[in-house]
Design a protein around this ligand. Structure first.
Ligand code: ADP
Length: 370
């Protein structure tokens, strides 16, 4: 089989793509502001036609599509057929911003590359191994079942890739490694991985739950919504905007970029300092919880924009955990890893760059080979 795979991450107003030849990126690009005045393309079809004319896509083994929400239906990558398209569409109410945009990419790729197998790779699939006690919200079962209300978890391709890389860097079989992976990007999530399988993750029904993010709140008392509705008269849409776009680092300190937060904190800015501390404290709490879930912990791995680039966050999130066998070496942390814990520490702390597109390409090839 050809080793060439085109990976497409189709968003509502952008189409990011990477062409892989084996593990190498042969070409990549982003078509931005789709459908907007002055944007790169009028619609997704025009965007993909642009990609097809700018890159040599001969001999493609597959097109791999990132799909955010696979619900309870998908526990791994699948070759796209009409039934899969229908299922992704049916799951759209659970991911209204993402699944329709992902589907737009799938539809035009099927049209324009009809002879190439299309593979859907779901952000949720890796977390389908979570036990019921980790995936179940303690609400009326009938309501939960009727409306698909449960923890799905996201960033699965990243957690899968990074946990496997962690085992490789430790020189051990992934089946024998327990690791907490911390994907800290614009969105952020933690995952407890036991022997290569997700057993707990911080995002839930949607990517809003869990860690503090660039613009999203992460965990809060659900009564906050009821309170703001009753007391402040905020509508459902206003609450949605508040928690998804006016919260997290931006809500606390006016900027969603961790670099600005770290600069502000260094300059003594009180809001930036609080935002940083709340951000790190949440990570610490999840590390403690997942250590207890896993029982034995071999590694903690930081990844994504903030996790890979911000030694201040790594040091603060894991400070004062020596009694749990968790330590960060100051010089190694500043140097950026991969190993940032001292020699002989019970838990190896690592920094591993994520590679979600590569993981999608490899999963697409794997499902076609099976
Ligand atoms: P996404 O979740 O959109 O894929 P990334 O994983 O690229 O995003 O993370 C984006 C975030 O990472 C930015 O908002 C910024 O806060 C942070 N970031 C990126 N580069 C750096 C850096 N060099 N130092 C600190 N933070 C960074």
């Amino acid at each position: 089989m050809s080793e060439r795979v085109l990976v497409i991450n189709s968003g509502s107003s952008s189409l990011k793509w990477q062409l892989f030849d084996g593990a190498e990126v042969a070409a990549k690009g982003t078509v931005g502001r789709i459908g907007e005045p002055g944007g790169d393309a009028a619609d997704h079809a025009e965007a993909l036609r642009g990609v097809l004319s700018s890159a040599d896509l001969s001999g493609l083994a597959a097109v791999g599509h990132r799909v955010v929400q696979g619900g309870a239906d998908f526990d791994g990558p699948v070759v796209v057929d009409d039934k899969v398209v229908e299922a992704i569409e049916r799951l759209s109410p659970l991911a209204p911003l993402h699944n329709p945009a992902n589907l737009a990419g799938i539809r035009v790729a099927r049209d324009l590359l009809p002879d190439v197998p299309q593979v859907a790779v779901f952000d949720t699939a890796f977390h389908r191994t979570m036990p019921p006690e980790a995936a179940t919200y303690a609400i009326d079962t009938a309501v939960a079942e009727r409306y698909g209300v449960r923890r799905y978890g996201f960033h699965g391709t990243s957690h899968a890739y990074v946990s496997r890389e962690t085992a490789r860097l430790l020189g051990r079989d992934p089946a024998d490694v327990n690791v907490i992976t911390l994907h800290l990007g614009n969105g952020a999530s933690a995952c407890a991985v036991r022997g290569g399988r997700s057993v707990a993750t911080s995002m839930g029904l949607s990517p809003l739950q869990g860690l503090v993010m660039g613009t999203r709140s992460g965990d809060l008392d659900p009564a906050v919504l009821v309170h703001l509705h009753r007391v402040a008269g905020m509508s459902v849409d206003e609450l949605d905007t508040l928690l998804n776009h006016r919260s997290g680092l931006r809500g606390l300190a006016g900027d969603n970029d961790m670099r600005a937060i770290v600069r502000g904190r260094a300059a003594g800015d009180a809001a930036a300092t609080l935002a940083f501390d709340v951000y790190c404290r949440r990570i610490t709490e999840y590390v403690g919880a997942y250590l207890a879930v896993l029982g034995r912990l071999d590694a903690i791995t930081f990844t994504a924009g903030v996790g890979e680039n911000t030694p201040e966050v790594r040091a603060c999130a894991l400070a004062n955990l020596e009694t749990l066998g968790i330590e960060v070496d100051t010089e190694r942390n500043a140097a950026g890893g991969p190993v940032i814990s001292p020699d002989g520490a019970r838990v190896t702390v690592l920094v591993v760059p994520t590679a979600e597109e590569l993981e999608i390409a490899q999963q697409a090839r794997a499902v076609l080979a099976s």
